[in-house]
Write a protein that binds this ligand. Structure first.
Ligand code: SF4
Ligand code: SF4
Length: 280
């Protein structure tokens, strides 16, 4: 018996929506009883793509976070359902029974991830099944995983120590989308967007981009150093939210500059002109 899991690498996701479309193609109008009823034409996003805009002009980034059902090991949706309408299979997949769940609309609000959708016509709740009907026929992965052109979705058997997913699953870089829910999700993430601190360094008297200037970030017991690129830009990514960091900019011929920065939001320090040191 397999023990399924998925890891979503947000850093590899380009927001192309192929996974969403593959899910639509598989489930719209198709009945896979007793695992799932047909997905309706509108309003269902069994694989959602959350677009998160980060930073402010002129330093703006967009991250795309694919979000299916997390197939939690401790699912509140199953507890909220009546007559075992939602159950967890031995392989870890959480299923909404299309017959037993008729009329149970209150199930929608039991999921803190908000990944259950209401089918008005059939009067049932519905969500991602990880294409359990295909896995049961011997498929190795769901349609969304197969359709992803960048390899952002990794699916496999967590019970097999030699599977690719097993080798990555317990690494420090793998995390839950909402660890605070404490639901032991079977879908986890790499490279979830955190905070960044960036800036652009200039040589003031020449009014030109300052390339190859040393910039050091200190905070949270760690220190990182980068060099500005040929546009004078620097950036520190993946920083914890709500922390204080010190940024120091140094060049042997120029007066150093230091900043204290809070990462409540992403921070662009703007243009930072360096003045030539009077000692030189
Ligand atoms: S993410 Fe929501 S719907 Fe999916 S298993 Fe967890 S509680 Fe249930
Ligand atoms: S198919 Fe892959 S790259 Fe495209 S949106 Fe889905 S996860 Fe992202």
């Amino acid at each position: 018996m397999s023990n399924y899991g998925m890891i979503i690498d947000v850093g590899k996701c380009t927001g192309c929506y192929n996974c969403f479309l593959a899910c639509r193609d598989e489930h719209y109008g198709n009945d896979f009883a007793p695992i799932s009823a047909p997905q309706p034409f509108k309003g269902h996003f069994w694989m959602q793509i959350i677009e998160r805009e980060r930073g402010k002009y002129p330093k703006v980034k967009v991250s795309f976070i694919p979000k299916p059902c997390m197939h939690c090991d401790d699912p509140p949706c199953a507890k909220a359902s009546v007559n075992g309408a939602i159950y967890k299979r031995q392989d870890g997949i959480v299923i909404v029974d299309p017959e037993k769940s008729v009329g149970q609309k209150e199930i929608l609000s039991s999921c803190p991830h908000r990944v259950i959708f209401w089918n008005e016509e059939k009067n049932i709740p519905q969500k991602c099944t990880l294409c359990a009907h295909l896995l049961d026929q011997g498929w190795k992965e769901p349609r969304c995983v197969e359709a992803c052109p960048t390899g952002a979705l990794l699916f496999g058997d967590l019970g097999d120590p030699n599977s690719e997913i097993s080798k990555v699953w317990s690494s420090e870089k793998v995390e839950a989308l909402h660890p605070e829910f404490e639901l032991n999700p079977r879908v986890k993430y790499i490279d979830l967007p955190k905070r960044f601190i960036a800036g652009t360094v200039l040589f003031k008297e020449k009014n030109e981009c300052a390339e190859n200037v040393k910039v050091t970030l200190a905070g949270g017991g760690k220190k990182q150093t980068v060099r500005t690129n040929n546009f004078g830009d620097f950036e520190f990514e993946g920083l914890d939210e709500g922390k204080e960091f010190g940024v120091k900019i140094e060049h042997p011929d120029y007066t150093p500059q230091s900043f204290k920065v809070q990462t409540k939001l992403d921070v662009y320090l703007g243009e930072i002109p360096l003045k030539r040191s009077s000692r030189k």
